[in-house]
Design a protein around this ligand. Structure first.
Ligand SMILES: Cc1ncc(COP(=O)(O)O)c(C=O)c1O
Length: 393
């Protein structure tokens, strides 16, 4: 049973601050930290490379984590690849896809830079990019994506939830449009994995990416990449752990996922991620989604009622609320929130400059919620923002 006060006991740092920067990275529960300590204290070794007992134990824990994460998101284990973050996952696809000169890619204006720059760089290879505009609340109309498709379109790369607006894209419809047109689709689930109930096999994207360190509550330095047809992507990194036979002039790659995991991975991080995902699954992602979205909805409504505060994004939002205090710089607002009431929020462009430009502002303050945030924390945020507005009125 989900009890937010019990949950908070598992995140000791929350005794000291009001942490509302969860869209950047979340706190990690003590259970996952203990799993990482166990690795260091009891069996640390390299993964997949040794016959000795510690190597075997490490490999078992690492592969258990893969099974936990794959089951949680309903992905085939063999298609579940560990990376260091969502950025690496997206770059693995953009660098490994078999492009031809003249190919065309579609993104949206509300992508994180991680889901924009890797596609922009393909210009060097003669790949053309179209950028679809969302409405002013950051919601993309799937029909605008459909009408941007040309004969040369090979891939659509789109966020599931915007890290600026909290808008939720109609991913089912966008994947359907891609399928009808024979176009591949990459879904950036950085703000939805662990925050919303996801079934990757039923959404059926060609590629799904997310970090381990946001809604999945894992440590930094962990990320996921799902590739529906792993053979179409060439690995970016070559080296140990991803080959089955090597001579001085040829090599034979292992199948996925090993093929995409050259070199020593973040073993403790992945083991911690596995335990963190178990933690999320035990609480229940549907309850987490309901909780986060209800806090965000209340926050947006109550901020919107304050004179001198502008709130961005749609009414029906995920757990992200961007706003500004009229006449004040977003960083100054964030600084005051921290210094007066230890409220940690993000401010600025949120690595999504084109999306912020679309709003016609120079940054926003962003409060983003996780399973451990409370209504009392929202009260404190609203009271403090209200105090701040009186500084400029
Ligand atoms: C929508 C979105 N995509 C991609 C990323 C990049 O994630 P990472 O820093 O783990 O690579 C983020 C991080 O904030 C994000 O919000």
């Amino acid at each position: 049973m989900y009890d937010v006060l019990n949950v908070r006991e598992d995140f000791p740092v929350l005794k000291n601050v009001i942490y509302l920067d969860n869209a950047a990275t979340t706190q990690t529960p003590v259970q996952a930290v203990s799993a990482m300590l166990d690795y260091f204290y009891k069996y640390a070794a390299n993964h997949g490379r040794g016959a000795h007992r510690l190597a075997r134990e490490t490999t078992n824990h690492f592969e258990d984590a893969r099974e936990i994460v794959a089951a949680f998101l309903n992905m085939d284990v063999a298609k579940t690849i560990f990376t260091k973050n969502a950025t690496e996952s997206i770059n693995t696809v953009s660098r490994g896809f078999p492009w031809k000169k003249g190919d065309h890619v579609i993104v949206t204006l509300v992508e994180h830079h991680s889901n924009l720059l890797p596609w922009m760089r393909l210009k060097e290879m003669g790949v053309e990019l179209s950028v679809v505009k969302p409405d002013i609340c950051g919601v993309v109309n799937p029909e605008d994506i459909r009408s941007s498709i040309k004969d040369t379109t090979r891939l659509i790369a789109v966020n599931h939830v915007s890290n600026v607006f909290g808008s939720i894209q109609d991913i089912g419809k966008i994947v359907g449009i891609a399928r009808q047109n024979g176009v591949k689709v990459l879904v950036d689930g950085s703000q939805s994995a662990g925050n919303m109930a996801l079934d990757i096999k039923s959404i059926d994207p060609d590629f799904f990416v997310c970090p381990g360190h946001k809604g999945l509550l894992g440590p930094q330095g962990t990320g996921l990449l799902y590739i529906k047809e792993p053979d179409i992507i060439e690995p970016v990194f070559l080296g140990g752990g991803m080959v089955s036979a090597v001579t001085t002039d040829s090599f034979k790659m292992e199948p996925s996922p090993a093929k995409f995991e050259a070199g020593t991975p973040n073993i403790p991080g992945v083991i911690g991620l596995g335990r963190a995902v178990e933690y999320v699954a035990d609480i229940g992602v549907k309850s987490i989604e309901k909780h986060e979205r209800s806090l965000a909805k209340d926050t947006a409504r109550r901020l919107g009622e304050l004179d001198g505060v502008e709130v961005y994004g749609p009414k029906d939002r995920a757990g992200v609320v961007s706003f500004n205090v009229t006449g004040m710089n977003a960083h100054d607002v964030a600084m005051i929130l921290d210094q007066t009431r230890k409220i940690c929020v993000r401010s600025g462009y949120h690595c999504a400059m084109p999306g912020i430009d679309h709003l016609g502002v120079k940054g926003t303050v962003r409060a983003s919620f996780a399973l451990y945030n409370t209504e009392e924390e929202v009260d404190t945020l609203i009271r403090t923002v209200s105090d701040i507005t009186s500084l400029v009125s």
